[in-house]
Design a binder for this molecule. Sequence first.
Ligand SMILES: [Ca+2]
Length: 103
Amino acid sequence: MHPTPGDMNVDGVVDELDVPLFMLALTNPAAYKTQVPYMEPNEIGDISGDGVFDFGDLSLFESAAGFSPGSVLSSPTPEPSSLVIAALASMALLARRTRRASR
Ligand SMILES: [Ca+2]
C-alpha cells in the first residue's frame, strides 16, 4: 500500500484529523514515530515531492486537507494546538538544556 502524502494517520483521507499529526511530524518527528511507528514522517509528509519534509509542505498539506493556506498555523483547533505547543515546548526545553550543557 502506498499512502497518500499528507495522510498522516493513514486512514485513507487527508483531512483535519491529519493536522495535529502533520504538525507533530514537522516539529517532532520522533514523537510522530511513537504514534505512527510504521510510517516515516519524511515520506508521508513530503507532499511537494522534493525529498524534504519542511514548512514548504505545510501550505500544500493545508490545501489537500481542505484548509486555506496559513489557516492551520493561525487558527488551530484547541486539541491539536495543545499537542503542537507541547511539542514546541519540549523542543525549546531541549534547546535550552543543550545550550546549558555546552557552556
Ligand atoms: Ca488521514
